[in-house]
Design a protein around this ligand. Structure first.
Ligand code: GBH
Length: 487
């Protein structure tokens, strides 16, 4: 530890306000860090396909090598040790374990890799949290319709059960899917992410629905067949912005803001934590748009069938990914083509007073996190919440003295602490995105979110801690000191 006493972050954050069993983690995702895209029997994922097609990703970057965590896991482990993490969230590459996505063939090398990762974490007293699928669907499944196909729910369930069986003796925190909102909207509405389809106003609802069905199946399987023996928890990671009306005195903006929250968080949170169905405003607006546009080709927003496991109650905790906030303006009377934005009837704006980090969409609004946490407490039945992602990006020349990112973490942790102590929100953990600089999806390696810098220009892919990493380590260390004294 470099001179912990001098670290501003560790001094400023009121650490006694974090519960003594608070989880301090970082998050990563397989495709963004692993590389080894075709090594040792791994099958391709839709992200391999996407990056290998021209013009999809910034300057043709791919995850073929990325941080090479597949071969450099020992280096990642050193980073984890250096931060003193209590928890580490990683994702499994589904096609590394099951090359064609199904359990007909298991890749033993993939099992061996994740066994080593999990065993090393546990040997170092780091609790693993595993996401079963973070965007990288096996290409073989995509070839059969992927998330558009109703069969995907059963196939995902088999994959999940395989993972529970193989790793569940040691893994007690499971996330089925990462950000169904992002996967559906960016993958099928505007095509920025794999599989890169642009079918506005239609496919995203179908895909989101099948993701919820898949998640529900897996949770019910865990509940029925594994929970008794393994005693773990299963959830789904939901991303959401926090939204406020552009003009708080304008009732149309206020209503539009509620719609924004409904179409972002509520789309997935309502079925799982709320009413068991999509938000009323979604049903209402989509129905009204169908009439207005004369859309008659069936349901755009599907119904949950009576004949299969229900989504309601299928999360043992709330896994929240929060990055940013928006001001919202009513746009409900604007004529529109069939689209998600048209259905929503909102316009989302970045307040000019908010600093923007090195990603065009990421306005820095730490107090939005506190408000969102309170909103989740109030609308989702006061769940246990783990903040499974939150972070700050750099672009351009690398700054190792990343003071702005230090400030960001300081302000954010202050807000989390207030949410716990002043608002009584049951936050049990915080996972910084990300352990390492990595492949930021369609932005390639140009956007850096790591607490460790990765030198992508050299084949060693050397990891070097940023100032923000040192400060995060100091926070964790100080926290542990307190618990030791408390005991
Ligand atoms: C997370 O998604 C991902 O889980 C993680 O893999 C990723 O690296 C991390 O964030 C950082 O981006 O183009 O205006 O539609 C974050 C949520 C929401 C961020 C959509 C990008 C694009 C906004 N994402 N957003 S827009």
């Amino acid at each position: 530890m470099t001179n912990a006493a001098d670290m501003a972050l560790s001094k400023t954050v009121s650490l006694q306000h974090f519960p003594s069993d608070f989880a301090w983690g970082t998050s990563t995702a397989a495709y963004q860090i692993e590389g080894g895209w075709d090594l040792d029997g791994k099958g391709p994922s839709i992200w391999d396909t996407f990056c290998h097609s021209k013009g999809r990703v910034f300057e043709g970057h791919t995850g073929d090598v990325a941080c090479n965590s597949y071969q450099l896991w020992d280096e990642d482990l050193k980073c984890i040790q250096q931060l003193g993490l209590t928890h580490y969230r990683l994702s499994f590459s589904w096609p590394r374990l099951l090359p064609d996505g199904t359990t007909h063939f298991v890749n033993p090398k993939g099992v061996e890799y994740y066994n080593k990762v999990i065993d090393d974490l546990i040997a170092n007293a780091v609790v693993p949290m595993v996401t079963l699928n973070h965007f990288d669907l096996p290409q073989a499944l995509q070839d059969h319709g992927g998330w558009e196909s109703p069969e995907i729910a059963d196939i995902f369930d088999s994959y999940a059960q395989f993972c529970f069986k193989t790793f569940g003796d040691r893994v007690k925190f499971w996330i089925t899917l990462n950000e169904p909102y992002v996967c559906a909207k960016l993958g099928y509405e505007n095509g920025i992410l794999a599989p890169g389809l642009k079918e506005p106003g239609t496919l995203l609802y179908l895909v989101g629905h099948n993701m919820l069905r898949a998640h529900s199946r897996a949770w019910h399987s865990y509940n029925a067949h594994f929970r008794g023996l393994q005693g773990g928890m299963v959830s789904i990671a939901l991303n959401s912005d926090w939204a406020e009306p552009l003009d708080p005195g304008c009732s149309k903006d206020v209503a539009a803001t509620q719609r924004y929250m409904d179409f972002t968080l509520g789309w997935f949170a309502c079925p799982v934590f709320g009413t068991g169905d999509y938000p009323k405003s979604m049903r209402f607006r989509i129905e009204a748009k169908n009439l207005e546009l004369g859309f008659t080709k069936g349901q755009r927003l599907p119904k949950f069938s009576e004949d299969e496991p229900k989504p309601l109650g299928t999360a043992d905790f709330f896994a929240l990914n929060y990055y940013t906030s928006r001001k919202v303006k009513d746009a409900s009377s604007r004529p529109s083509e069939l689209s998600f934005a048209g259905d929503q009837g909102t316009e989302a704006i970045i307040d000019p007073s908010w600093p923007v980090s090195g990603a065009y969409w990421l306005a820095v609004v730490p107090e939005g996190l506190r408000k969102l946490l309170k909103y989740i407490k109030e609308t989702c039945n006061n769940p246990v919440i783990y903040i499974t992602e939150n972070g700050f990006s750099q672009i351009g020349p690398v700054k190792f003295e990343d003071i702005d990112r230090c400030q960001f973490y300081q302000d954010t942790l202050q807000q989390v602490s207030k949410a716990i102590t002043d608002d009584g929100v049951n936050v049990k953990g915080y996972f910084a995105w990300s352990l390492l600089d990595n492949l930021e999806w369609s932005e390639g390696f140009s956007v850096r979110f790591g607490l460790f810098h990765v030198d992508f220009s050299s084949s060693e892919l050397k990891r070097t801690i940023y100032r923000s990493g040192e400060e995060y380590a100091a926070v964790i260390k100080r926290y542990h000191t307190y618990t030791k004294l408390d005991n």
